[in-house]
Write a protein that binds this ligand. Structure first.
Ligand SMILES: [Zn+2]
Length: 209
């Protein structure tokens, strides 16, 4: 009799001790770190885009594992016609835990492509010209996305990089090469990868012309 009660007591004690640990680890596993949570109006504030361009834009929440190996949530502004592609590519990114540093609308960088790239920020819509030209970039219509730009800098013909201090090492997580599954997935869906551009290798850039 005494023996049985001790076993019960032991079981009760163990469950009391373990229960807070269990609930804590459950909370920890489902926690999402919010990198961006603004409204659409806030995300397009100050853009030079005309109304007919804005009318085709949609907001997309994306989840990804960041460089801290934790689950994060960010926001993308894209053209409605590429929403399905981006949604499905990000599903693959999440499943494979391909690290994405952060995904924050570029308004938070005062529409500065350079500031966003320096911060390794992934973004899509930005009504701007192609760097060094008078031609509108596909980013202007939300049909281009730059992913992990500091890990995947532009490599110019003379060997210099943009961002200047970025290093391009395709053995590191979060980087692109022709063999990378994300690059292959984009190409399969009719997108271009900037890494194969003839004028300079725009390694973080994907677009659907
Ligand atoms: Zn780009």
């Amino acid at each position: 009799m005494i023996k049985i009660s001790s076993i019960y007591l032991f079981i009760i004690l163990v469950s009391i001790i373990l229960s807070p640990i269990n609930s804590f680890s459950m909370i920890k596993d489902t926690t999402v770190i919010i990198d961006s949570q603004i409204t659409f109006e806030e995300a397009i504030k100050g853009t030079k885009a005309p109304q007919n361009v804005i009318a085709n834009l949609v907001f997309l929440d994306v989840k990804y594992y960041s460089t801290d190996s934790k689950l994060h949530k960010g926001q993308l502004i894209i053209h409605k016609d590429v929403k399905q592609d981006i949604e499905e590519v990000f599903k693959l990114i999440l499943q494979n835990k391909f690290p994405i540093a952060k995904v924050i609308p570029i308004v938070k960088y005062d529409w500065s492509d350079n500031a966003s790239m320096e911060d390794n920020n992934t973004s899509a819509f930005n009504y701007r010209n192609i760097a060094g030209t008078e031609r509108l970039s596909n980013h202007s219509f939300g049909k281009a996305i730059d992913i992990n730009p500091f890990f995947n800098p532009v490599v110019h013909k003379d060997g210099t990089h943009t961002p200047e201090k970025a290093k391009y090492d395709t053995t590191k997580p979060g980087t692109f090469s022709a063999e990378n599954f994300i690059v292959k997935e984009f190409l399969k869906r009719g997108w271009r990868w900037g890494g194969t551009f003839s004028s300079y290798a725009d390694n973080h850039h994907f677009d659907k012309p």
